[in-house]
Design a protein around this ligand. Structure first.
Ligand code: ADP
Ligand code: MG
Length: 283
């Protein structure tokens, strides 16, 4: 895996019009190419705002000192369209992201917009629809689909454009667990196949705990950044910020309170079960 940073955010501050508090307050972070990053933080902590800054929908207050770099390119008025082609975003509400009368039209829309020739489009569209398992619905009306199916079509539309980065902004939060798992499975597969970098904004702590890197936001500030085990073992911090603590970490905390020390090498539910079974059999 290449280890260069595909996203570099330096010292970015942003304030919405008619508000006093900055929604993003001097934030810096980097995201390595080919990794999965989860951004967590309570509602209003600035997660969606940072995404709008990355794709140039919003511009930092302090553009003289702040910088945003995507795939080696500095975000400027000149590079913004190029950068938007590299970053595909799936939003929370599947109903707000459809423009086509059929699934195929919808997936083709982004390509049409970019002037991709028809012959090429006719090859790319079915492939993208197939990749998300929606071939049987190619000619269906998007409105007739379930929430999970709609999100799969939204992902197909993004994949068709061949982005380097895919961002899920609470894209699974309105889905049932089955729909959610299906989406995550598809994104994992796409990540593998197209060497994508994934950023997932999520309230699903189990999903976030599978990420390579976790970024914790609070009131416009980046409060913590690390591997998922580094972040999720800080149960006090998570609780203080009003965030969920993964079930596995809760169990670890409670065992510790009972005087059972869990070695730091135990980092998953499965490892914990193994450790406890051994502990039990050695008594
Ligand atoms: N269009 C807007 N106009 C004014 N304030 C906004 C707007 N969008 C978001 N905000 C404010 O900016 C802050 C960060 O919001 P947001 O980035 O949407 O947070 P999150 O995605 O973490 O829930 C919040 O205080 C929110 O109320
Ligand atoms: Mg948001």
């Amino acid at each position: 895996m290449a280890t260069d940073s595909i996203i570099k955010i330096k010292n970015v501050t942003f304030t919405y019009q008619d508000t006093k508090q900055p929604a993003i307050d001097h934030i810096s972070f980097e995201i390595k190419r080919g990794t999965w990053t989860s951004i967590i933080g309570h509602n209003g902590s600035g997660k969606s705002t940072i995404i709008r800054l990355i794709n140039g929908l919003l511009v930092p207050d302090n553009s003289d000192e702040a910088s945003i770099e995507v795939d080696g390119e500095k975000l400027t008025d000149d590079s913004v369209w190029d950068i938007r082609n590299k970053v595909g975003i799936v939003f929370q509400n599947p109903d707000n992201q459809f423009v086509g009368a059929t699934v195929a039209d919808d997936v083709a829309f982004g390509l049409e917009n970019r002037g991709v020739p028809r012959e090429k489009m006719l090859k790319i569209v079915p492939k993208a629809i197939n990749a998300v398992g929606m071939t049987d619905y190619t000619n269906s009306e998007p409105a007739s689909l379930s929430g999970g199916q709609k999100q799969r079509v939204a992902i197909a539309g993004i994949i068709a454009i061949k982005p380097k980065i895919i961002i899920l902004d609470e894209a699974t939060s309105m889905l049932d667990p089955e729909g959610r798992n299906k989406i995550l499975q598809i994104v994992r597969q796409m990540k593998q196949e197209y060497d994508l970098t994934v950023i997932s904004i999520t309230h699903d702590i189990d999903e976030a705990s599978l990420a390579d890197q976790v970024i914790v936001m609070n009131d416009g500030k980046l409060v913590e950044q690390g591997t998922s085990s580094e972040i999720f073992s800080q149960t006090k911090l998570l609780k203080k910020l009003g965030l969920d603590v993964p079930f596995f970490e809760q169990i670890k905390d409670e065992l510790l309170e009972q005087g059972i020390n869990i070695p730091s090498t135990v980092n998953s539910e499965k490892e914990l079960i193994n450790f406890l079974c051994q502990l039990n059999s050695s008594k």
